[in-house]
Design a protein around this ligand. Sequence first.
Ligand code: GRG
Length: 283
Amino acid sequence: MLEKFYDVLREEIDRYLDGIIPEYAGNLSLITEPMRYSLLSPGKRFRGILNLLSAESMGGKKEDFLPLAAAIEMVHSFSLVHDDLPAIDNDDFRRGLPTTHIVYGEDVAILAGDALLVEGFRHIANNLKFPPEIKLKIISDLAESIGWEGMVGGQSLDVRISKEESCKEFIQEMYELKTAKLFAFSLSSPAIVLRSEKLNELKQIGLELGVAFQITDDILDESSSAKGKGGKEKVNMLCISGIEEARKRTFEAYKKARDDLQKIEGDWSRIIELIDLMEKRSK
Ligand code: GRG
């Protein structure tokens, strides 16, 4: 991905994340090191960038939202560490590197994930310079997007519902919960701060975008040469539709997200470019 604005923002988020958890913390380096390992590995930072660009699109200042974008990336990193564990997806590689449990052991990886999740919320409480009632609403919305009505709920369907049932009945719900709710939060939370009336519209667009992003993930997984190495067999959208149908569905969903954004007051041109990058991504 060569777009300059994207690289600038990704680097800005990476730099900011690098300053949050200490490299050396005495005896506790045994937990800060794996936290840093997973958080600072080369992620695409789409959710954090979506958050910053959404704020800017509605007239907010990027600098004011960096702590929130970073918190979102911390929570996301946590979910990846736990998702990769032997009891869940059992993956050996993530972001081109050995997964956290492969490097540090399963026990430490569980704890590092827990600590990243908690740190994300602490970061919002301590570093976001908005009024307390705004921060409370942000914390509540983030918790909803990753709790039982969000990511954890979606992941529960993923691990416990049979492949046949998931394919037929649950896949849309599963994708909305496990992936798209955090996208919805990333896109919509600046509207809380900026007191925009478009909070619910943005959540809806974020959901659409997140489902499309997850289907793109399925398509990439299907065509990846690393497929089947270590990981458990996953239920994905391709079980109800072939790869061409899935491509068509994502094409339409990304287009709808772009069209719907343009109906909202503000300058959404950068996010529209970001959606193009999500659509064209190869990893
Ligand atoms: C998070 C509260 C909480 C509980 C954990 C394990 C779990 C429950 C949820 C897993 C959800 C999950 C990992 C969904 C997959 C989402 C997805 C498409 C991840 C890949 O995102 P990218 O491509 O990754 O943005 P990078 O590495 O670029 O950040």
